[in-house]
Design a protein around this ligand. Structure first.
Ligand SMILES: *Cc1c(COP(=O)(O)O)cnc(C)c1O
Length: 398
């Protein structure tokens, strides 16, 4: 035990020495455009939540959750297939499927579990998975748990994807599944779905898209990247979360063809061996989907904020990754600089998070800012002012 803990301590020390140690800052207010954090009473502008539609503290969602809490109690104390399925679970699964334009869907405790449980029941050693190199950790882990042959293509490199598809076909793969994020969360880049769909047709591959950073945000009614790109039917399977635009609580899902959802209900391990979502979360999830589907005004506000924020930062001279997604990464290079800038911004009342290795490649540290529909023009002007001062302080901008 002593030797064990000494080794763990040494590893922690290494993380600290490399300036890669992540500290958590507890928030003592609801999640929102401005939060109370670190003893500052409700005046800190939050630019790092996945609260894209600003629904995390929405009164209608809170009421929906409260009513379900009163009516159905606190927890299910069971997995779904034993005695954990409440009326609301099936209602939510059907609502998600309708929203995304798929036959049916199946709920998980989180999208991490959805991605963890997706591949193994659907694909065996005769099959192949072709995966984008920047896919979310949960896709990578899910693929590891599956016996299919693994192929990886460079991020959004369609020539490389085609080469891997050829390789998989030449190796005699039965089913080939292409796996990609709809939006790459560190960069805010959208996957090239029209090209991916065309390649999938040519090589008879199935496509799964993780749309965690797109559902509620992109495409008509916020249905996601498959709708945004006009290839709704070309994308076979979608995974997503209730933990971002759709209220920000917890919960994940897989949507797709009826047979796929039915088999996952029989075989997906995180579904079979983990607790059902609480009714209050399920009820609020239903309300969140209703609001997101009708939420053109929220999306207008979100995208207007994104445009204003990008223009403002660019005008100040910050190095941004191009794009139109509400993820707006400010590139800084070294982890230490990203940490220091985040700290100085916090001192000026702007909460952002530095991202660095191993979450992004070495030398590509950044502050990932995220817009949401709850932020006002005044919030953004104040945040731009803080970025200008701190950026000059640190010599990031002239
Ligand atoms: C956030 C995220 C997940 C995990 O979702 P949870 O529901 O929080 O587990 C999975 N994939 C992507 C691309 C994500 O951004």
């Amino acid at each position: 035990m002593t030797a064990f803990l000494a080794r763990i301590d040494a590893e922690l020390e290494e993380i600290r020495a490399a300036d890669l140690y992540k500290e958590e800052r507890p928030i003592s207010s609801p999640q929102g455009a401005r939060v109370s954090i670190g003893g500052r009473g409700g005046d800190v502008i939050n630019l790092c939540a996945n609260n894209y539609l600003g629904l995390a503290d929405n009164p209608e969602l809170i009421t929906a959750a409260q009513e379900a809490l009163e009516r159905f109690g606190y927890g299910m104390a069971s997995v779904r297939f034993i005695c954990g399925t409440n009326d609301l679970h099936r209602e939510l699964e059907r609502a998600i499927a309708r929203y995304l334009g798929k036959d049916d869907s199946i709920l998980f405790a989180a999208c991490f579990d959805a991605n963890g449980g997706l591949f193994e029941p659907l694909l065996g050693e005769e099959d192949a998975i072709v995966s984008d190199s920047l896919n979310h950790a949960s896709i990578i882990d899910g693929i590891r748990l599956c016996k299919a042959r693994r192929y990886r293509y460079a991020n959004s490199d369609m020539d490389d994807l085609e080469a891997r598809l050829k390789e998989a076909r030449a190796a005699g793969a039965r089913t080939i599944m292409i796996a990609t994020d709809g939006v790459f969360s560190m960069d805010g880049y959208l996957a090239k779905l029209p090209e991916i769909v065309a390649l999938a047709e040519r090589y008879e591959a199935v496509i799964m898209v993780d749309d965690c950073h797109a559902t509620g945000i992109l495409g008509e009614r916020g249905a996601g990247t498959h709708v945004h790109h006009g290839v709704a039917d070309g994308v076979d399977i979608l995974t997503g979360t209730l933990g971002k635009a759709l209220g920000g609580a917890i919960g994940g899902y897989i949507a797709g063809p009826q047979a796929v959802v039915d088999l996952l209900r029989q075989r997906a391990r995180p579904y079979l061996f983990s607790n059902a979502l609480p009714p209050m979360v399920t009820a609020a999830g239903l309300k969140a989907i209703e609001m997101a589907a009708k939420g053109d005004d929220l999306r207008e506000r979100l995208h207007a904020n994104t445009r204003k924020w990008r223009q403002g930062l660019s005008a100040l001279g910050f190095d941004l990754l191009e794009g139109e997604h509400p993820i707006v990464p400010v590139m800084l290079g070294e982890a230490k600089l990203a940490q220091e800038m985040a700290k100085k911004l916090f001192d000026r009342g702007v909460y952002v998070s530095g991202f660095f290795y191993p979450v992004v490649p070495k030398g590509k540290a950044r502050i990932r800012t995220q817009m949401n529909a709850a932020l006002t023009d005044a919030d953004l002007d104040a945040a731009l002012d803080a970025f200008e001062r701190v950026g000059r302080d640190l010599g990031v901008v002239a």
